[in-house]
Design a protein around this ligand. Sequence first.
Ligand code: IPE
Ligand code: IPE
Ligand code: MG
Length: 230
Amino acid sequence: MNSPKHVAIIMDGNGRWGIKKKNSRNFGHKKGLEVVEKIIDASIEEKIEYLTLFVFSTENWKRPMKEIKYLFKLLDSYIDKKLNNLINKNVKILILGDLKPFPVSLKNKINKVQRLTKSNKNIQINMAINYGSRQELINAINKIKRKKLLINEKNINNHLYTKNIPDPEILIRTGNTYRISNFLIWQIIYSEIFFVKKMWPDFNEYDFKKIIKKFKSINRNFGGLNVSVK
Ligand code: IPE
Ligand code: IPE
Ligand code: MG
């Protein structure tokens, strides 16, 4: 069976993990970032072409400013520390989401990462930051309207952040929570969905590879039939 081209992940459970370790929610976010590294490497080994990571949702602004600031700080220092590493691994970074509300220095840094990794070919990491699926769809439809184009599947696809990226075959959500939380609602109509009980900081490359293996055994019908009918 074929490997998936595109895997999307809702990396949930950092905060609860931090508290359970008798530490802070932010401690969980820090640990969670280490898991991201491992999953990027595992994705390269599995020859996955696109890995989409939900980093910050349009709803996450409801959190205390202290936590939001910490998340941005983590992202900022991650870029400082890892940019060369990402370039060496031939990783392309693309941001899905609206960067407008971010501090100028972070915005510039993120844009620099996108610019410097633009032609990299090993894997594309889509980082969904200040991303909301409804916002993405509304923006797309408005752009289509302005251009006086038809509202059809092709035109909608071409105006989403995920333009030119195939739909994810796999969606993973860790954190023992069974919902989509405004992530890629248009793109996941036929994704195989894996809900994982573990909190994100406990998730590892073996859990990830097990999911890929399970995926390969699934019959995907897309509404048709997988047996020949006489
Ligand atoms: C990480 O998990 C996802 C982010 C929004 C950064 P959470 O921070 O939602 O952790 P829980 O779900 O509260 O445990
Ligand atoms: C989804 O997790 C967003 C990210 C993983 C970035 P949330 O923790 O924000 O989702 P809800 O609030 O439990 O639905
Ligand atoms: Mg959560």
